[in-house]
Design a protein around this ligand. Sequence first.
Ligand SMILES: Nc1ncnc2c1ncn2[C@@H]1O[C@H](COP(=O)(O)OP(=O)(O)O)[C@@H](O)[C@H]1O
Ligand SMILES: [Mg+2]
Length: 415
Amino acid sequence: MTNMELYIATSTVRGLKPLLDTYDGVYVIQSDLATPEILTKQLQTQPHALFLDDSSVPITALWEVINKALLSGIRTFIGLYTPASQPYAEQLRGGGAKVITRPDAESVAAWIAQELGLQHKAVSREQRMLSIGVAKGGVGKTLLTTLLAEGFQRRGLQTLYLDGDPSNPGGPTTYRVSASSLSYLHLAKKGAIPVNVLQQHIIHHPSGIHLLLGADPGGDDTDLDLAAWRGLLGTVRQLPDERIVLVDTGPDYKRRPYAATVLREDGYVILPVQPGQAQTTAAINMLSHLANKVPGAERRCFIVYVEPEKGSVSKVSSARAMLESNFPGVRELGVLPRDARAVSMAGEHHHDRYVSPLDVGGKNKLVPAITTLVNDLCTAMDIMPPLSAPRSGLLQRMFGGQRAQAPETSSGGAR
Ligand SMILES: Nc1ncnc2c1ncn2[C@@H]1O[C@H](COP(=O)(O)OP(=O)(O)O)[C@@H](O)[C@H]1O
Ligand SMILES: [Mg+2]
């Protein structure tokens, strides 16, 4: 099927192109201005469809162009945002144009897609996306994310670690890769990233875990705008080989609502909660925020308590009581024990080489906890890992440096 050509000209609806690029069968050409001169020029290429709005010049100044477009059979979509434009809506509709008055990119993209009968590009149905994050830094997000990545990977599920915390990226440090090597940030800021371009930016780490780094330490680290982030996630959803995508999500969830975006992509959110009044309240606030933003969010949010440090008087049971009374529908996945020894052994002893905290120490408390968390997550997300979970006596065989060997018969989970 050849692509339908869609020309969009707007200076107010920011991020429209990346959203439209997530649809199949359409080729989007963009201009930041809708002026008669630019539009006239573009119409000569006979696009199939045209979106313009009153952001650059008054709609009356575009009358002639709109007529020309309609006469040559171009599907014409018009955004009328200024009060001065409103009286013309009926007239334009009468002439065969489609009119919208909501200037947000999501509405406009969904509207155009529906009118043109566009379908979202095929996404990997086998993929599960999880955002790990809370409103506070230093809680253990990165540790939990990287441990889960190991856990999923060792069950034979190809895992992509996506660094979504550009202000304090944990991926490069943990995996001992140069943070300057391959960042999606500069790519994504330019707009949508085609799948094949994105694939080139995935690092194939010796652990088997795939990495997509977020930050440019040398460069400017201004954020992705939301549309660019959505476009990025939409592209990640099309990656055919990644079964699990874990997004290490920064704490600034209002300015960077990445967790909400993951939920909207049918993904899940894990909130690591360190017991204590402040942390628990932060988690409750974030849950309220997500529940407001995304219908049904509670059913796809999970809590993992992070065991308090020695000497702390905060208790998991108090945090649990507080969370359960506020959000009875949110499921607790378990408690991540504190194992400073395993973490520091993995961190300190091998300066240039990544060692998983799951592979060090004799009595490693993280191993059984991660085994259970991964198992429960697979069940909750309805996914069947190709490799079996270690039986209790065999924990060390799986996590003690050797990988599990015999693939279990699986019902459709393996690829
Ligand atoms: N369960 C744990 N056991 C041992 N150390 C932990 C645990 N959770 C977090 N830490 C330590 O706390 C610090 C902050 O954790 P990190 O994962 O970087 O947090 P965040 O990504 O939320 O900022 C790190 O030094 C980490 O190793
Ligand atoms: Mg971190």
